[in-house]
Design a protein around this ligand. Sequence first.
Ligand SMILES: CC[C@H](C)CCC(=O)Nc1ccc(S(N)(=O)=O)cc1
Ligand SMILES: [Zn+2]
Length: 258
Amino acid sequence: MAPWGYEKDNGPAHWHKDCPIANGKNQSPIDLINGEVKYDSGLKPLTAKYVPFSDAKFLNNGHSVQFQPSAGNGSELTGGPLAVKYNFEQFHFHWGNNDTEGSEHRVDGKMYPAELHFVHWNSTNPSFKDAVGSGGPNGLAVLGFFLKVGAENAALKPITDLIPKVKDAGTSVTVPSNFDMQAILPATLTDYYTYDGSLTTPPLAECVKWIVFKQPLEVSAAQMEAFRSVINRDGKPMGGNYRPPCPLHDRAVKTSFK
Ligand SMILES: CC[C@H](C)CCC(=O)Nc1ccc(S(N)(=O)=O)cc1
Ligand SMILES: [Zn+2]
């Protein structure tokens, strides 16, 4: 099979051939159906502490555009449904070719135009790779933020301004060291859905504690258009780099809000 992608000949319906876990019982994304979620008063607020990175790249890896520091710097996530501290690894995006599609998770069947993932790994592991392979849903913690079109997002502007420099697959740029990742996050990380799931791209490992925020972030139409100018490894627009929802099977989706 050609390397996996999102086209007709290598998209999500093909992934099970190389990754049989694609048909597993803990796959992501899912449709977050409000009538089926359960409020959990035990869910604490989340705390993300992001320290500015001196050496980070913004890159096009052929299936997303990704902010990737060269090494950890003490940026971490704690609280919420998490029992231990998780180290920040990277953030990346999924988006559509128009405003009616693009997010991976859905809310009562509604898709947003894009979704931002902040990926963290369980610090009791020696490395990110070990955390992915650690077995069970506590290897990674991924924060999902829906993006909707509205006001310009000043915190994301340093990143969306770099997009034209990583238009082609395999390109990367250095991110200015004064980039403030913390500013992307809402002031308080409340009101989220959480459930046990997987990576949404191959290898689709079922190692993720998903934390998806109810409140979307806003980006301007121009910022959305910047994503839509990105090209994948086949020279086609990368938009549409989202996996459709997977069956919930017998998983519970908990909410931190009533
Ligand atoms: C061990 C190597 C590692 C599996 C491959 C590199 C990697 O980071 N994959 C990854 C990360 C996050 C997501 S998502 N979209 O946030 O679920 C999907 C795939
Ligand atoms: Zn993702």
